[in-house]
Design a protein. Sequence first.
Length: 890
Amino acid sequence: MKTCLPRLLPLAVATALTVNAPFVHAATAADPARPAMPARAENAFLSQVDAAARAARVSNVDYALDFTLTGKETFSGTTTLTFDLKDANAPLTVDLDKATIRSLSVNGKTVAPRYNGWFITLAPSDLVAGKNTVVVAYERPHSTNGEGLHRMVDPVDGRVYTYSHFEPAAAHQMFAVFDQPDLKATYRVTVSVPADWQVISTTRETGVAPAGDLRRWTFAPTKKLSPYNFSMHAGPYTMWEDRSGKYPMRLFARQSVAAQIKPAEWFRYTKAGLTFFDDYFGIPYQFEKYDQILVPDFLYGAMENAAAITFSENRFMYKADMTAEQRARLASVIMHEMAHQWFGDLVTMQWWNGLWLNESFASFMGTLATAEATEFKDAWRAFYSEGKQRAYEQDQKTTTHPIEVPVPSTQNAFDNIDNITYSKGASTLIQLRQLLGADVFRKGVHDYLVKYQYRNARLDDFIGSLGHAAGRDLTGWTKQWLYEAGVDTIAARYTCKGGKVAGFTLEQTAPSRALPTLREQRVQVAAFRLDGKDYKLERNVAVTYKGARTQVAAMNGAACPDLVYPNYGDWGFVKVQLDPRSFDSARTHLAQVDDPLLRAMLWQSLWDGVRDGKLALNDFLTTTLNNAPLEKDYTLLGDVLGKAVTAKRYLDMMDPQAVYAQAVTRQLEDMAWNGAVASRGNDDFQRRWFGTYVNLASSRPALDRLAALLDGKASLDGLAVNQDLRWAIVRRLNRYDYPGAAALVEAEGARDRSDAGQAAALAATVSRPDPAVKAEWLATVQDPQTKLPFSKVRTAMEYLYPSEQRAFSEQTADARLAQLARLDKGAGPVYMRTYGAVMIPAGCTPKSVARLQAAADAGRDLSAGTRRALLDTLQEDQRCVTMRQALTAH
Ligand SMILES: [Zn+2]
């Protein structure tokens, strides 16, 4: 899966452990008085203990799934479930969420369902040791929150679209199932749908026949799959096909957005990826076809359903030619999901604690495939600037966690699916590949996939395969990197004599007393000399360091450097503290550093300095104003401009009316506008600069210019103001209460009636600095009975309190904190992930920090995920106050 929330803020596990874990008894099997396994807890979730007990009894699972979908709000289905049971001594549960059961039969006998709305309990007397058949006929409303079998009515043409999404454990929102990854099964699907619908599933259909007003589709049986990897999507989707590669490829999207999809690009990257992965893994792609479906209201970025991958359509719709950035993102998401077809779908984790390895590995392999099989050779550099920085940020939070953590129940399956899981995990795999060598690493992966295909595996199995291929014991490495949280810091210490290095040491420090682990790691240490205008590489040494101090004798005798970077080439996962001379070089001569990855790392060192309160924000912005316009590397320019926009957001959090904030905002606006003008003829650069301009514009002259561009009174040579840009401008104008902006939202909504247009209009509406708007929408998003689909609620939350609208945020801050416990109890983890990320009030003042601290002290009963969000907001608010003091002190 590819996540897409601005930040996911989940947390460890302590509370749920006590709620869900049944009593674990010490009696052995030989004990005749052994107490029976306690009954499964009556709630919406499945505990690891209950799942393991079920998996120990059940095997050879097959589902015959029959569905009838009419386009209405409810669908019906019949699940015929066959399986082998080890013993009929105890009840057995089958998961099925919020359905109305029409009939239940067990081994041919009709029985009255014992059903609590979450799972059916089958009585031992109805079961037999050996083969069992259970048939459940039911009805159920479609989901509208993106899980289960989601239904959406297209506002443009009234057509109905459905798709399934199951990860982590939502298959039982669609059919009766043992909804746990280690009960892999085969699936045979028949489905009746309206005549103009397509149906897409793991296999291809073997027949489509009339069935009354509907048509009945029959699909070939699947290979063995975990329930969360099975899928079925149905609706009047537009289809594109390409048979030019080894595997037939299809792409689907809603009819009303079809013109905004670029199928040729999809097929190009898909074909390149399938060739690459077949070769890399040494195991051919296991399915007969490769389908990709763009779907609306999707909760995440994309999902690796076996051979029927879903993508969040709004991230892949283009109203103009795609920019290089958009193509790079498309390629990398396609590759990520494709990597999962082997790692995740073919070999699957046993339980949700192993989900991180799926995601780490797919992030790692997705980047590798993008770098090696597409035109985006700098994919690793993009990973450094995006994923890896988010991992460093999260690993420095007080709430950080080890990569591998226990997951007591499905309630906690996504608690730790975050930047640690995806990007720190991927970074540790990069490091492991450096440590073992690329060929050994690849062989270990191949062996692992062959050994465990169509089965489930655990971390030890993966590490064991790599260790075996390398001929070394990886126990110590695993403990340091996967079971211990936190990022260490390295610094180079050296002395020079007579212009030469006379001693060189790498010093490693742990983040805190609470996280004392020092690690072993292989990195490159590079020294540079300033030669006229350019930095020249003087010496580059690969070194495996460990412990607090490691001598690097190979550096001795090098010319005394002007710049030392101790993680050159980005092999290591480590925070770099530049020595004072190197830090000064970075600040004053950034543009003279030739190597774009090193330049990116130096920019990052400066930004780290800002976030740690060691470099004033104004110094960073001066460096940005001087150097960003000189940046000719497209990927790095995106990184630097992103930092500039974030810096502006910090200034807004502090005080948007401050004299310095106003002055530097105008300088930043001018920089971005001039960048857009100067890059006329280079569409990628021009759109990158102009997008930044829209994100920075807040002075009256800049807003005037945006308004003029919108109504065609002004133009920027080379730039087409397409519908997406029009919405970005309208939102910006309304956010700053530009005269007439509310009417512009109305007018634009009338021009663009698509659901993307509705979402954009909503974002523009809620961001308006108007107390009545804020009150109305706060009430709506906090209303558990709201009729709005969750995708809209989420948009409203994300845009309700922009950074500069501190006063509005402040007015409702206490009320929002007061509601936290109520919402946390009733609204569910999907809702709370967004609420926790964007609705907990920060203010960048000592008072707001104290308020969050008080809420944290009082909120010890919050769910793990919500409590983590609260603590993260607190820490980030403290950081903002520190940065504010550094700015004031300047
Ligand atoms: Zn993934």
